[in-house]
Design a protein around this ligand. Structure first.
Ligand code: MG
Ligand code: MG
Length: 254
């Protein structure tokens, strides 16, 4: 069931989203060659708890960590580990925080040191595809309008659209109805209404969109091991558009 959130609920979602945004800002300076992804996970957990929230993903359907940390060819749901970041990596931090029972969810891809031109393009176009998708978020439009816009933009740039994974509603559960695919037909799917809260999250690859699941049963990896990027905001549908609940990122700052 797709729920419409009250202004009071949206305020709680805004608070949760703000802590997710702050956690990204806090972690950014640590994303350097030599740090382990376990260290990033520990820093995030401490930070989220210090801000009166709990990590949304830890324990969610059995996921064992605070952060999903996905490197290079990992699309989503990467496990933190003792692996050290290396110059040329791209790393996606997917962060969820729960405040008084309401969640915020935002993933973002960062570069480590100097990266290849292809990875730069992948990051730029995937981030842009998020905002292209968000332009479709307004009352009266349909969920399919978002996916159509993202797919068209991604494929224009030769990127693969991972279809097995999608955005989702957000509320008292971190994953609620409706599914928000990153592909589809305009004018199809549930109609957007003021008070709905959704996460829009394109996951694009530099190569084939095909994926497989790692032996850990969680981590999704591109079949051809091409790099993947992922940008996600949780947004509320407003009277005439949307409000980003997980921070203003378009220019890299709020
Ligand atoms: Mg999400
Ligand atoms: Mg996420």
């Amino acid at each position: 069931m797709i729920t419409i959130k009250s202004p009071r609920e949206i305020e709680l979602l805004r608070q949760a989203g703000y802590v997710v945004y702050l956690t990204h800002q806090y972690l950014k300076p640590f994303i350097k060659e030599g740090i382990t992804t376990n260290e990033l996970n520990e820093l995030a957990e401490k930070f989220i708890l210090e801000h009166d929230c709990t990590p949304s993903f830890k324990g969610c359907e059995g996921f064992p960590y605070t952060l999903c940390i996905s490197l290079n060819d990992e699309v989503v749901h990467g496990f933190p580990s003792e692996r050290k970041l290396q110059n040329g990596d791209i790393i996606t931090l997917d962060i969820g925080a729960c405040y008084k029972g309401y969640h915020g969810d935002s993933g973002w891809t960062y570069k480590v040191g100097e990266i290849s031109k292809e990875k730069e393009d992948l990051m730029k176009w995937t981030e842009e595809s998020l905002f292209i998708g968000l332009e479709q978020v307004k009352p009266g439009n349909r969920v399919g309008d978002i996916g159509f816009a993202i797919q068209e933009y991604a494929e224009k740039h030769g990127l693969g659209v991972v279809k097995e994974l999608c955005g989702h509603g957000v509320g008292t559960e971190v994953h609620e109805a409706p599914d928000v695919p990153n592909y589809g037909r305009a004018g199809t799917g549930p109609r957007l209404k003021e008070g709905m809260v959704i996460a829009v999250e394109p996951m694009l690859t530099l190569g084939s969109p095909d994926i497989y699941v790692d032996d850990n049963d969680w981590t999704i990896i591109s079949q051809d091991h091409s790099p993947s990027a992922h940008y996600e905001h949780t947004v509320a549908v407003t009277k005439d558009g949307y409000e980003i609940l997980t921070g203003e990122w378009k220019d890299g700052k709020r």
